[in-house]
Each structure stands twice: as C-alpha cells, then as structure tokens.
Design a protein. Structure first.
Length: 224
C-alpha cells in the first residue's frame, strides 16, 4: 500500500505540458518547469509497465496496465498483469479490489493522500521545498537525451529513500520513474501512449463492490 501511494504521486508527475526547452538547464530549473507545467494539467491517461525488485529475496515481479487521473484527487490504476487488480479513488473514498481474492479494501482517500509526496496530487506540493534535487550525470548516461533528476525527500518520515525521474526534453513528459524504498528495494515504472487532458467522466473513478465480494475496512492504526 505504502509503495503504491508513492507511485500514484509519481504518476501525476508525468502529466507535464509541452515546453520547448533544451538540455542546458540545471536540475533546479528542470524541477521548476515541471512544477509549473503540472499545475496546468487536469487529466491524463497512459499505459504503464512496472518492475519491482525485492533485494533481500532476489526476486523481481513484472506488471503492466493502464492509469488515469483527474484533479482533484481522482485516480484509477488498473493492473492487467501479473494478475488483475484495481485501485480507484473518487477523491473521497479509496478502493483496492482484488478479483482473485474476491476482496476490496476501503478507506478514506484523505488518509491515503496524507503522505507528503502525495500533496502534489492536490497541486499543493513544491518539489524544491520537499526534495533535495540533483542531476544524474555519469558515463552510463552519456548518450541519453533525457534529463535525469534524483529527488531525495527532506523529511525523515518519508515512505521512500529517493526517486529518479527520466524526463523527455522535447515535451517534458516523464518517461520513467525509479523508486528506491527504505530497504533498497526498487520499483521502476515506464509510461507509454500518454494522453494529456483527455475528457474523463467521473464514473471512471467510481466503484461499486460486486455482489459476494468481502469488504474490508482496516483500522486506522493499520492504514498507511
């Protein structure tokens, strides 16, 4: 759950308006342009491919699906592999539905969005205030045409250690996000077929549990 909510924040960062800016920018300038452009985006859709590696187990899980988001706070992550799963919020309620287990976890969206990284979803975040930002430049990135930024949370209670954004210099969409959690496990999400500001009905972000599905409301103490 905790890792997913971080990913939601990062998913919203991909929705950047096109900007004609070359690669001759500092990391602070790239972050500032991302922030300014993000505020103008109301909706987006994309396909995503995800790879999560557990370092201690030496195990990697691949996944893919579709994501849609709409301000303020509406989101829909629909995993198609490795098995179906739906994570959806109408801005007030969050549902996590696992068809295989015939179970849906329900909680208030405000609790999920209380994490500092998710303040970006409401347009209240500030990349330069909340993260230490530096460019990534080494021999392995010499031929890469994208901007690479490393963001490290300034707050010690953050749910992850750092993240890397790979940013397209032509239209400033985020092509890939790499997240390092507090235990050195990694999650990589690459976005494809990005659509900015498509018309998205509110019904896309609503959910009614199917008949016979167990509804679980975890105690607040156990929620992320």
């Amino acid at each position: 759950m905790r890792h997913f909510f971080v990913l939601v924040c990062l998913g919203f960062l991909l929705a950047m308006a096109p900007l004609a800016i070359g690669l001759a920018l500092t990391a602070e300038e790239v972050a500032e342009r991302l922030q300014a452009a993000y505020r103008e985006i109301q909706t987006f859709q994309a396909r995503f491919v995800q790879s999560t590696t557990n370092r201690s187990l030496g195990r990697t899980i691949e996944g893919s699906g579709e994501v849609a988001m709409k301000k303020p706070g509406k989101m829909r992550w629909e995993y198609q592999s490795p098995e179906p799963q739906l994570i959806v919020s109408d801005g007030k309620t969050l549902w996590i539905y696992n068809p295989k287990d015939r179970q849906v976890i329900v909680q208030e969206a405000s609790e999920a969005f209380s994490l500092v990284s998710l303040s970006l979803l409401a347009g209240k975040g500030d990349l330069r205030r909340e993260f230490k930002i530096r460019p990534i430049e080494h021999a392995g990135t010499a031929g890469l045409k994208s901007h690479l930024l490393e963001l490290s949370p300034k707050r010690s209670e953050a749910a992850f250690a750092r993240m890397i954004l790979q940013v397209n210099p032509e239209d400033f969409t985020v092509q890939k996000v790499t997240i390092f959690d507090l235990y050195a496990n990694t999650t990589v999400i690459a976005f494809e077929d990005l659509k900015l500001n498509p018309p998205l009905p509110d019904s896309l972000f609503a959910f009614t549990p199917p008949k016979g599905v167990e509804v679980v409301r975890p105690p607040k103490a156990l929620r992320p």
